[in-house]
Structures are given as structure tokens and as C-alpha cells.
Design a protein around this ligand. Structure first.
Ligand code: NAP
Ligand code: MG
Length: 516
């Protein structure tokens, strides 16, 4: 399979941490932090109507790093009005090419401000700065560059129709794709800038206007992106950003009668709340929800070390705070002990630290709430009789650090096996053959992603065929690209992000039929 000279994607991911140059927060990020963090409504930065603000914390220390405007229902209403005005106003007057150029420029400006954005992301979310530099920020820029090209390529079809009840009559029929209108977008804290890009890019290229609500834990890079969008020439009101809490700002956006679509990424639990809130005006809904994704290692895998490294990265990348995290590891019986010991060894070797500190391989979890949530899962796993081959304990006294944890001796009914933990915790189980492991893999309410590690091409394709998940990675995991659709089967969501699939979910198809 792979030659020794070509590093696998997981090997690349593993070396990124060590190779990327590291510095602490620079002047540009410090300057941004020192400014007031207001709401972006109709092209202007303004305080929340109530004047209220909330604090944003550094998860490595628990210290406050910023104070941010707390938008609520009245602010959401102002933002929706601005978006509505821009939708039929300046935004609709631009040609697709002009629209595409602005979107392309947003991508360029993200790259021009890469260091600042990476530092803000690392400080706010806790992720290693090197990862933010080589993954989060370039991927966000690439998403805008990819989507910019689509603005001029949103084509319909001409359709030869027959109309059996109108013999002899002639018609010309064609379809066109219209933007939906005002879209509300609610994003999570695990990849704050990238999730904003995944949402904003396809909405803009299809001609919609936006009200974005970032996660309360990590609003900083979305606000900086708002500045960048204005600098790129986005007309006022096309992108509005309302920071605030989920239940208030998010709830008001999901329920708003003049919002045409709500796009949400986050927990399955809140996804169900969004669906209910959207029922009032039957706005369109897309959901990118949780997962409990399997990583499956067959004994015929060509490079066992690569599979071990890959399985470790599948769960430990971004501290396990990935919707696609490989949180269930299935290993064929003959190599179970060896592979799981290798993953545990890797877990024990991971260097924990603040995201912005040099050499950090894994940062803290994003918040005190997540720290307790993940710690409770671990405690429950131990109590239920699972064995922690690695980890199993919180770390230090300050910040929200959790040890990378590998559980064996689990049972399918255990909470740690069934539920999304969203932390650096993997459950490992042996399997006998393809048939059995596919039952294990699909035996979940989720269906977001999966990976299969084997050198048997037929087996890989057979497994991909049977897998009930939106993404099947073969001999890799956590590979994302702006051109590749991503989303879930079952309770992992509705619709797809990225690729041209995303565009369809931001447009209506209009059929036009002319009697000739
Ligand atoms: P969450 O509550 O689902 O939050 C995601 C987004 O939804 C945030 O912007 C949040 O705002 C907003 N929100 C919360 N309640 C809302 C409501 N009633 N109406 C409208 N919007 C609402 O996720 P979380 O609490 O941050 O994390 C909990 C768990 O969710 C995690 O442990 C993980 O299992 C899962 N999760 C999954 C993903 C994913 O990518 N699939 C991402 C994050 C979390 P606030 O930030 O203000 O609450
Ligand atoms: Mg929440």
C-alpha cells in the first residue's frame, strides 16, 4: 500500500504539532482582544440592546480573556431585519462574479491574518496553536476560496417535457436555483472559525444573507471574521453576528418567523430543540449533530504502526472534541492487544498544556462544563467495570485538562460505549470478522463518520458499502476538504456541509414552464 516515503494523513497530523513554529500571542491578537466585542448588525458594531455582556475564558487557566456583548431576542430581531433588507437590496444587485470575488477575498484576508486568527482560536478554544495554524485557519480560507467559484456556476437544467393531457402543445421548461433568503446559523465551539466558514461560505455563494450565532464559549474568531468580511467588501447586513447564549439568542433565531432556514451544528439534544423551534414557520433545517464514530482495524492491515497512530489521532485530535472522533475502536482479535497497547502508549505520551504553549500536543477541554461532563463519563465507565489502560483521571489544579483515556473490557450497554463523550476518551473492543464488526459499527443511533484500516481492497469496499455513516475513511481518519461533503446518517443530522451538496441546501429549485 503506502510507500515508506509517503507519510499517511494521520502521520502528517501527528507531526504537525512538533514541526510547526510556535510563538505566544502576537500584537495583532492582543489588539483585537483589547477592543470591545460588539454585535455586527447591518454593517455596524453595536452593543446589545440590553447593554449586557458575558465573559469568555481561557480554558487553560479559567481566567477571563474577553467580555462580549450578550445578544438576545431583540438583537436577533434587528439582525434579521438587517439581513432581510440586504437580501433584496445590495446583495441581490451584485452579479454572481462580483459576489464570488468578495467571497474569494474573505479567503485571502483569512490567510493574510493567519497568525492572529490562529492565536485567538488557540487562546479561546484551548487547541494547540500549531494545529490552529495548519488546520483550522487554512481550512477556513480554503472553504471560502472553494465556495467563491460556485457563485458563477449555479446552473439549472432545461427539461424536455411531454404533458400527456395537452397533445400537440409545445412547452419550454427550465429550472433555476434561487437563494432561500435569510438564514440563521448556530455553531459550536470545537472548531469555531472553521464551523463559521462551513456555514457562511455556501450561504453567501448562493446569494443568501445571514444571522450567525457563535458558541458562547468561543465567539472571538467569528467576530474577527465579521471584520474581515466587511473589509472584503461584503455589503452591510449580508452577514450579521449576534453573540449570546443558546437558549436566548439561539432560541430566538431558530424560532424567528422571518428566517427562511436554520443551519445548526452541535449536540443531537439541541438539534431536536431546533427542529421544534423551526416548526412555527416551517423554515428549512439542516443539522450537523453528534457522533460515536467507529475506527475498525483489521488484522491484515499493511502498516500496523500507521493504524495505531491513526486510531490514536482519530480520537485524540482536537482533544476528542470532534463530531467525527473515532471514539469506538474495534480491533480484530488477533492483533487487539498489540494495537490497543499501542494506542494507550500514544495516549500516555501526549504532552498536555495550554494551546499557546510551545510543544503542547493536547490542550484543555473547552470549558468547565465540558471538563465535568467528560470527567463524569470517565468515572461512570470505571464504576461500570471498564478498565482504563491509559488515563482515567483529571490533570492538575488549574484549567480543564483531562488525561487521554483508553477503555477496554467494556459492554455494549455501558454509557461510555453508547453516548457521545466529546473528550479524549476511546472505548476499545475486539471483533471476530467483518460481519460481526459491521453489526457493532452500525449498532448506534449515530451515523456521522467511520474509518476502516485494512490492506484488503475488496474488504474495504464491502465495509464501506455496509457502513451507515456519512463519511467512510479508509486507512485514514479526520480528513476534511471543502470539496468533500460531510454530514450524518440517522441521528447525526440532516443534510451535508461542504461540496456542491451544501449549495442545494441553501437554494430553492424553481421550475419555469413556458407555452410556446
Ligand atoms: P450545544 O448546546 O449543542 O451548542 C451548540 C450551539 O447551539 C451553541 O451555539 C449553543 O449556544 C447553541 N444552543 C444551545 N442551546 C440552544 C437552544 N435551545 N436553541 C438554539 N441554540 C442553542 O453543545 P454544547 O452544550 O456546547 O456541548 C454539549 C455536547 O454537544 C458536547 O459534549 C457534544 O457531545 C455535543 N457537541 C457536538 C458538536 C458537533 O460538532 N457535532 C459540537 C459541540 C458540541 P451556547 O454556546 O450559548 O450554549
Ligand atoms: Mg450549550
Amino acid at each position: 500500500m503506502r510507500s515508506l516515503k509517503t507519510p499517511s494523513p494521520s502521520e502528517i497530523m501527528a507531526t504537525l504539532v512538533l514541526e510547526a513554529p510556535l510563538t505566544k500571542i502576537g500584537a495583532a491578537a492582543r489588539k483585537f482582544l483589547s477592543k470591545p466585542k460588539q454585535l455586527l448588525i447591518d454593517g455596524k458594531w453595536i452593543n446589545a440592546c440590553s447593554g449586557k455582556t458575558f465573559h469568555v475564558f481561557d480554558p487553560a487557566t479559567g481566567d477571563t480573556i474577553a467580555s462580549v456583548a450578550e445578544g438576545e431576542a431583540t438583537d436577533i430581531d434587528l439582525a434579521v431585519k438587517a439581513a432581510r433588507k440586504a437580501f433584496s437590496g445590495p446583495w441581490s444587485k451584485l452579479t454572481p462574479s462580483e459576489r464570488g470575488k468578495i467571497i474569494w477575498k474573505i479567503g485571502d484576508l483569512i490567510l493574510a491574518n493567519l497568525d492572529e486568527l490562529a492565536e485567538l482560536e488557540s487562546l479561546d478554544n484551548g487547541k494547540p496553536l500549531a494545529i490552529a495554524r495548519v488546520a483550522d485557519v487554512p481550512l477556513a480560507a480554503d472553504l471560502f476560496h472553494y465556495m467563491a467559484g460556485w457563485a458563477t456556476k449555479l446552473e439549472g437544467h432545461t427539461i424536455p417535457i411531454s404533458v400527456p393531457y395537452a397533445p400537440g402543445a409545445k412547452f419550454f421548461a427550465y429550472t433555476k436555483r434561487d437563494p432561500l433568503g435569510v438564514v440563521g446559523q448556530i455553531i459550536p465551539w470545537n472548531f469555531p472559525l472553521l464551523m463559521a466558514a462551513w456555514k457562511i461560505g455556501p450561504a453567501l455563494t448562493t446569494g443568501n444573507t445571514i444571522v450567525l450565532k457563535p458558541a458562547e464559549q468561543t465567539p472571538l474568531t467569528a467576530l474577527r471574521l465579521g471584520e474581515i468580511a466587511l473589509e472584503a467588501g461584503l455589503p452591510p447586513g449580508v452577514l450579521n453576528i449576534v453573540t449570546g447564549y443558546g437558549e436566548t439568542a439561539g432560541g430566538a433565531l431558530a424560532a424567528h418567523d422571518d428566517v427562511d432556514k436554520i443551519a445548526f451544528t452541535g449536540s443531537t439534544e439541541v438539534g431536536k430543540i431546533i427542529v421544534r423551534a423551526a416548526a412555527g414557520n416551517l423554515k428549512k433545517v439542516t443539522l450537523e449533530l453528534g457522533g460515536k464514530s467507529p475506527a475498525i482495524v483489521f488484522k491484515d492491515v499493511h502498516d500496523k504502526q500507521a493504524a495505531i497512530q491513526g486510531a490514536a489521532n482519530a480520537i485524540f485530535f482536537n482533544h476528542g472534541q470532534c463530531c467525527a472522533a473515532g471514539s469506538r475502536l474495534y480491533v480484530e482479535k488477533a492483533i487487539f492487544d498489540e494495537v490497543v497497547a499501542g494506542v494507550a502508549e500514544r495516549a500516555n505520551a501526549i504532552k498536555l498544556g495550554a494551546g499557546v504553549d510551545s510543544g503542547t500536543e493536547m490542550g484543555p477541554l473547552v470549558s468547565e462544563e465540558q471538563f465535568h461532563r467528560v470527567s463524569d463519563f470517565i468515572a461512570e465507565g470505571l464504576k461500570a467495570g471498564a478498565t482504563a489502560l491509559a488515563g482515567g483521571k483529571p490533570v492538575g489544579e488549574k484549567g480543564y485538562f483531562v488525561q487521554p483515556t483508553v477503555f477496554t473490557n467494556t459492554r455494549p450497554d455501558m454509557k461510555i460505549v453508547r453516548e457521545e463523550i466529546f473528550g479524549p476518551v476511546v472505548v476499545a473492543e475486539p471483533f471476530e470478522d467483518l460481519e460481526q464488526v459491521m453489526k457493532f459499527a452500525n449498532g448506534t443511533d449515530f451515523g456521522l463518520a467511520s474509518s476502516i484500516w485494512t490492506s484488503d481492497l475488496s474488504k474495504a469496499h464491502r465495509a464501506a458499502e455496509i457502513m451507515r455513516a456519512g463519511t467512510v475513511w479508509i486507512n485514514c481518519h479526520n480528513i476534511f476538504d471543502a470539496a468533500m461533503p460531510f454530514g450524518g446518517y440517522k441521528q447525526s443530522g440532516w443534510g451535508r456541509e461542504m461540496g456542491h451538496e451544501a449549495l442545494e441546501l441553501y437554494t430553492e429549485t424553481k421550475a419555469v414552464c413556458i407555452a410556446l
